[in-house]
Design a protein around this ligand. Structure first.
Ligand code: GAP
Length: 490
């Protein structure tokens, strides 16, 4: 698929116009990199979340789901390494005072080079950046920026500060108890949902009598004080993650890492993302907890970017929580190890994690779905429409029920159909405006099926079903509508 030049900007405007996504606190001129999902966006987001939840929990007998609190004991973040390590190298432009994440600044410049046909130069630059990031060579990164004359997008100058680390966690105060040390009351807004799973490992393993290998899944909000938060809902300060921690025997991590890497790509394809628009990108610089990591990237309208991360997290997190909580966090494995002929015994499980951003998945689906179409009709005149080709099983509204006119008993028949269908899937009833206009509105919000009730319905009980994707119209029995839609969204 090739995107049109203005695809992304048009999509953003469309999302606002039709109630998918609004800027947060727009009434007060908005809050940067925070967004609200409108009536259709909230439903599409829920459908995506449900699809992930079902695939993880219902379709895997050994994966269970939890819902941990956002607030956690502050020591969790000390143990996890986030207090000391969850930071990005930043650089400030001295003239505009704008702060950039170093990798984003260089990547954007590489994108500009590519857009100007200098692909090899861009690749060399990115390779040099990766090597410097892997060594935490901040002086080298600054030199790379200066040598390539990378400019600030606001001041257009190369007047840069040194590269420094900047922690991305939001802090707030907990409770109302005044203490001598203000740090006593600090809690963090979780920057990842994963820690809620790690600290509940023993609870879930024991109460669920889980046997390794097993997984714990969770969806929920995460917060990061991103410095360069942009590209709409791609990089937000408040976002939602869908994470699964898979607890395994030490030593089996590469096998499970490869397994989940393949499984997750297959899952994305199963919800309608073309395989050709997904690729793997191995991490060069590993996070403090990982011994292997890969991104599943999607080709967004602004280039290839991370959609999901698969990380082999070793026993880092469970060991750290054992150390900081002074509690034993281990698993007794009574299966027989064929190499020793003895039970595997006690160990700290290793973890392979899958972590996808729900908002990024949302952006992926709407980027793929949005289309502006033009064609010549049989009579030679031009026609056009904007359509959201959202896969039917994900679409916020599945069926529009449209009486042709507001009289002659047609609304009553339409209401009958509405009553029959609405407990099975999302329906939308509308009787205002010409039918063509109503179809176009349903195309624009991505409703895959419309049914029109007309005078013939009264005579023979048939209706017209219109398919969004090819605009085909077929006469069918009204009594067949529900099953046809159920079949297509199943
Ligand atoms: N627990 C591991 C973890 O959090 P990550 O690669 O930092 O790993 C996982 O984040 C996923 O969360 C990313 O692949 C992305 O989809 C999503 N994500 C991360 N930061 C985000 C942000 N600022 N806005 C939206 N989504 C984000």
């Amino acid at each position: 698929m090739t995107y049109s030049q203005n695809h992304f900007q048009d999509l953003i405007a469309h999302c606002k116009e039709y109630g998918y996504i609004f800027q947060s606190s727009e009434l007060y001129d908005g809050l940067s990199a925070v967004y609200d999902y409108g009536q259709l966006g909230a439903q599409l987001k829920k459908n995506l979340r449900d699809e992930w939840w079902k695939s993880m929990t219902q379709l895997h007998e050994n994966i269970v789901g939890i819902d941990a609190a956002i607030f956690m004991h502050p020591t969790v973040w000390k143990a996890s390494g986030h207090v000391d390590n969850f930071s990005d190298p930043m650089i400030d432009n001295k003239d505009s005072k704008k702060r950039y994440r170093v990798d984003h600044l260089i990547e954007n410049f590489a994108d500009e080079l590519k857009a100007n046909g200098q692909d090899q130069k861009a690749e060399d630059l990115l390779a040099a950046m990766d090597a410097l990031l892997a060594k935490d060579d901040f002086a080298g990164l600054k030199k790379l920026i200066e040598e390539n004359a990378i400019k600030c997008s606001i001041s257009k100058t190369c007047n840069w500060t040194d590269v420094r680390q900047f922690n991305l966690m939001f802090k707030t105060e907990f409770g109302a108890i005044a203490t001598d040390n203000p740090d006593d009351n600090i809690v963090y807004l979780r920057p990842e949902t994963a820690q809620g799973i790690f600290v509940n490992f023993l609870n879930v393993q024991k109460t669920g009598r889980m046997k390794i290998p097993f997984g714990i899944a969770q969806t929920g909000k995460a917060f990061r004080n991103e410095i360069v938060a942009r590209q709409f809902i791609f990089r937000m300060r408040e976002f939602e993650q869908m994470e699964m921690q898979y607890f395994i025997r030490p030593g089996s991590q590469m096998q499970w890492y490869e397994y989940w890497k393949a499984e997750r790509k297959k899952w994305h394809e199963s919800i309608g993302i073309p395989g050709g628009m997904l690729r793997y990108h191995d991490h060069v610089k590993l996070a403090h907890y990982a011994d292997a990591a890969v991104d599943i990237e999607f080709e967004f309208p602004f280039g290839w970017k991370e959609l999901e991360g698969i990380h082999s997290r070793t026993d880092f997190d469970l060991s750290q929580h054992a150390k900081y909580s002074k509690k034993k966090i281990q698993y007794f494995d009574n299966d027989i190890d064929p190499t020793t002929n003895k039970a595997y015994g006690n160990y700290t499980p290793f973890v392979v994690e899958t972590s996808v951003g729900l908002d990024r998945l949302f952006l992926t689906i709407i980027s793929l779905s949005y289309a502006e179409e033009k064609w010549t009709k049989e009579d030679g005149t031009e026609d056009s429409r904007v359509v959201m080709r959202i896969p039917p099983k994900l679409a916020p509204t599945k069926l529009a029920i449209l009486p042709l006119v507001k009289k002659d008993g047609l609304p009553e028949l339409a209401r009958e159909l509405m009553e029959d269908c609405k407990s099975s899937f999302m329906c939308f009833y509308e009787e205002k405006d010409a039918i063509g206009k109503r179809y176009r509105r349903m195309d624009a919000i991505g409703t895959p099926f419309c049914v029109t009730i007309d005078h013939q319905t009264k005579e023979d009980g048939t209706v017209t079903i219109r398919y969004r994707d090819d605009m085909r119209q077929v006469r069918i029995a009204m009594s067949a509508v529900k099953n046809i839609v159920m079949d297509k969204i199943g």
